[in-house]
Ligand binder design. Structure first.
Ligand SMILES: *[C@@H]1O[C@H](CO)[C@@H](O)[C@H](O)[C@H]1NC(C)=O
Ligand SMILES: *[C@@H]1O[C@H](CO)[C@@H](O)[C@H](O)[C@H]1NC(C)=O
Length: 438
């Protein structure tokens, strides 16, 4: 039974009163501080976006938000149906304003006060990072309730009374999964959810993302450190390889202020292999050079995008290795460039038995192995396609690792040590991102 935190504390207090502080409570309470939160995240089949339900406002209500790993804050549509007795605008000059990039100030709003219209409120630029539409909006705060976890199953709800977010508008919603009321940013700012939740509860500034391809068994986002135990009892935090997180000195986001440092997550791929053979690529592109290039992780890009020359090299290598296994190439199905017949291709625990792609990361003790489950997309009629797309020449990032390749992989973002841990596909470990006991 899930008891809310406040309720369990009250029970404790009663015990203390009746038993004069003898045993059960103080020690029990001290032994189980809140160390992590868990948030289910489901794939929206129509848009291929990853969607969470957040409980917020007073009285509490549940609304859907599209997850954007690379955005700096939560934004919520404040222009339609925002009713909450705990809504508060953030006044100009507050420390959170700068953290949210909300450097403007709405001096006066000449309408009756409502969410999105208050005097002396700092203002920023909420944006839909899928359609690249942005507007201006007020920084605000309200109640947010998430589920606690010990890393093994979900626990009692935990309340943040003043969760800071940006007021967006209904005009930003088109292009988001049906029913969404905004976007949840997990980027590298002090007002993005990982940092705010860690500060509110005093746990580690670490979070993990485990996306599921299935809408029926959602994946999870953990805020806080591991364990991250998936049924039947696999603690994924024990078998990860790590690489350094990098900063791109210039923002690559759709909505940003000129000169702003990127709040997205960049890492360095040092090489790519197909069937164990290194793919020849221009290594300059793998570095962030003149604010371009490098490798970014994104939840709003459905399929991994490779700069043209890298894409071609990977496609050539994959087609050659597939031919060596007698996998027949067929006509391409957009947006993909290389498609194959599934005839005579075995289906294994980790998807179609196709040449393995490996990504090597700076300093990592193991490669990120991409098997059929993450490399091949079913295109119907016995056709499967290499699920990578050509990102064009002069693309801002050379590699953007997108949602399809992230599915059933657990990624941990450690903001204290600025590193990223990755598990490779959990199917090979006998579990999946949909296997957390919620
Ligand atoms: C803001 O202040 C102005 C001038 O004092 C006042 O007329 C207006 O009603 C206020 N607006 C809000 C939303 O409180
Ligand atoms: C590698 O990429 C860089 C950056 O785009 C470019 O300046 C350089 O000419 C490329 N080198 C080769 C050998 O194509």
């Amino acid at each position: 039974m899930a008891l809310p935190w406040s309720f369990s504390l009250n029970l404790c207090f009663l015990f203390l009163l009746f038993f004069h502080g003898s045993l059960p409570c103080s020690s029990a309470a001290a032994a189980s501080p809140l160390t992590a939160l868990v948030l289910p995240v489901a794939k929206d089949a129509a848009t291929k976006q990853y969607v969470v339900s957040l409980q917020h406002k007073t009285p509490l209500r549940s609304d859907k938000f599209v997850v954007d790993l690379g955005s700096g804050f939560l934004w919520v549509d404040c222009t339609k149906d925002y009713q909450s007795s705990t809504f508060r605008p953030v006044p100009c000059g507050a420390a959170t304003c700068a953290a949210a990039g909300a450097l403007g100030c709405t001096g006066a709003c000449y309408s009756p006060p409502r969410p999105g219209c208050n005097n002396n409120t700092c203002s920023g630029s909420p944006g839909n990072t899928i359609t690249h539409l942005s507007t201006s909006g007020d920084l605000s705060d309200d109640t947010l309730v998430l589920r606690s976890t010990d890393g093994r199953s979900s626990g009692p709800p935990a309340t943040v009374t003043h969760f800071v977010f940006m007021c967006g508008a209904t005009l930003l919603l088109p292009g988001l999964a049906a029913g969404s009321r905004g976007m949840l940013g997990l980027g590298r700012t002090a007002v993005a959810a990982p940092h705010q939740l860690a500060s509110a509860f005093g746990f580690k500034r670490k979070f993990a993302l485990c996306l599921s391809p299935s809408a029926a068994s959602p994946g999870v986002i953990f805020f806080g450190d591991g364990p991250y135990v998936m049924q039947p009892g696999v603690d994924v935090s024990q078998s990860m390889a790590y690489t350094k997180l990098l900063f791109n000195p210039v923002s690559t986001a759709g909505a940003y202020f000129a000169g702003e440092r990127s709040v997205e997550y960049f890492v360095k791929v040092t090489s790519i292999a197909v069937s164990g053979k290194t793919v020849p690529v221009n290594t300059t592109l793998l570095d962030i050079h003149k604010s371009k290039g490098g490798t970014k992780i994104s939840t709003v890009v459905p399929y991994t995008r490779l700069e043209s020359s890298i894409y071609s090299a990977v496609e050539v290598a994959f087609v050659r290795e597939a031919a060596a296994r007698n996998i027949k190439r067929v006509a391409a199905v957009k947006p993909f460039g290389a498609c194959f017949s599934t005839a005579n291709v075995a289906n294994t625990r980790t998807g179609w038995a196709v040449p393995e792609i490996e990504l090597f990361f700076e300093g990592a003790s193991a490669a990120w192995k991409i098997a059929g489950a993450n490399s091949m997309v079913a295109a119907g009629n016995g056709v499967m396609c290499l699920g990578f797309v050509d990102g064009g020449v002069e693309s801002r990032e050379s590699i953007v690792i997108g949602g399809y390749q992230l599915e059933n992989n657990l990624l941990q973002f450690d903001l204290e040590s600025s590193k990223m841990g990755f598990s490779s596909n959990l199917l090979s470990k006998g579990t999946s991102c949909g296997n957390f006991k919620l």
